[in-house]
Design a protein around this ligand. Structure first.
Ligand SMILES: NC(=O)c1ccc[n+]([C@@H]2O[C@H](COP(=O)([O-])OP(=O)(O)OC[C@H]3O[C@@H](n4cnc5c(N)ncnc54)[C@H](OP(=O)(O)O)[C@@H]3O)[C@@H](O)[C@H]2O)c1
Length: 259
């Protein structure tokens, strides 16, 4: 029987690429996200019969419970969660951030990731054979911030704590947990970051990503396909073997070497 995967945020970007790659690698893949239409588009790009669309909002416990209940009813188990759904917050001066802006991103990136991971953990602990794998989508922002990005950076640092905690607490139940930290995969989110940086600093009349020194720069990007290849590599390991952290990034993006 095929292994069963759930991918959140499967209607676009990294989630779509990973969901298709997992389906092509033989996982029966449940596609989750708030909007049905983009999930159906992802399903149409995957091998016939390899996916199931289940709209879900990761911020809502009842919605996450329904997602995992559907997985268990239809397939009996969950072998893999790719905990990917996430939001980026537009650049904002730290002193101007509102609690609403903070809450909006924490609700998806931290609380949503927690709720999905907990539902996966409970399912994997209870099922027979016991165990499974959770792959959390972190970011280069789990290591270093972009300017004016405190909420996003904080949530992605939090993902590292979530990953380490699940890795430790999952040991007795053969639950492996790893984290992929992706840098500059070309997706709609990256377009929005670039656009937002431009709006926030339009006085400079430059395009590109805001840099730590206040300039802007068009940054190198990588094809999202290679992020998907990395997730499939992590996902296919036997459960006694785990990629704890994997960083995959555009080779020449500013990060290593303090810039
Ligand atoms: N692109 C990069 O270079 C990069 C780098 C580092 C980390 N990441 C991380 O990768 C993940 C995906 O980013 P992306 O670049 O692929 O961006 P994206 O295309 O904007 O994808 C985000 C996905 O999350 C879903 N989503 C948002 N809120 C949700 C909610 N409440 N419940 C369920 N699904 C929700 C969205 O679908 P709906 O709107 O339909 O719900 C969308 O499909 C994020 O966690 C991001 O932080 C990306």
């Amino acid at each position: 029987m095929n292994k069963i995967a759930i991918v959140t945020g499967a209607g676009s970007g990294i989630g779509r690429a990973c969901a298709i790659a997992l389906a092509e690698a033989g996982f029966t893949t449940i596609l989750a996200g708030r909007r049905r239409a983009p999930l159906e588009e992802t399903a149409a790009l995957a091998p016939a019969g390899s996916t199931l669309v289940v709209p879900a909002d990761v911020r809502e416990p009842a919605s996450v419970d329904a997602l995992f209940a559907t997985a268990k009813e239809r397939f009996g188990r969950v072998d893999l969660l790719f905990n990917n759904a996430g939001l980026f917050a537009p650049p904002a001066r730290f002193e101007d951030l509102t609690k609403e802006q903070w809450d909006e991103i924490v609700a998806v990136n931290v609380t949503g990731a927690f709720l999905c991971a907990q539902a996966a953990f409970r399912t994997m602990k209870e099922q027979n054979p016991q165990g499974g794998r959770i792959i959390n989508n972190g970011s280069i922002a789990a290591h270093a911030p972009r300017p004016l990005g405190a909420p996003y950076t904080t949530t992605k640092h939090a993902i590292t704590g979530l990953t380490k905690s699940i890795s430790l607490d999952g040991r007795p139940y053969t639950i492996a947990c790893g984290q992929i930290d992706i840098g500059n995969a070309q997706t709609a989110m990256m377009d929005r970051i670039e656009d937002a940086a431009f709006v926030a600093h339009s006085a400079r009349q430059q395009s590109g990503f805001l840099q730590a020194d206040g300039t802007k720069r068009v940054e190198p990007m990588m094809d999202v396909k290679y992020a998907a290849d990395a997730v499939v590599f992590m996902a296919q390991l036997p459960l006694d073997t785990n990629v704890q952290f994997l960083t995959v990034m555009a080779t020449n993006m500013p990060y290593v070497g303090r810039g």
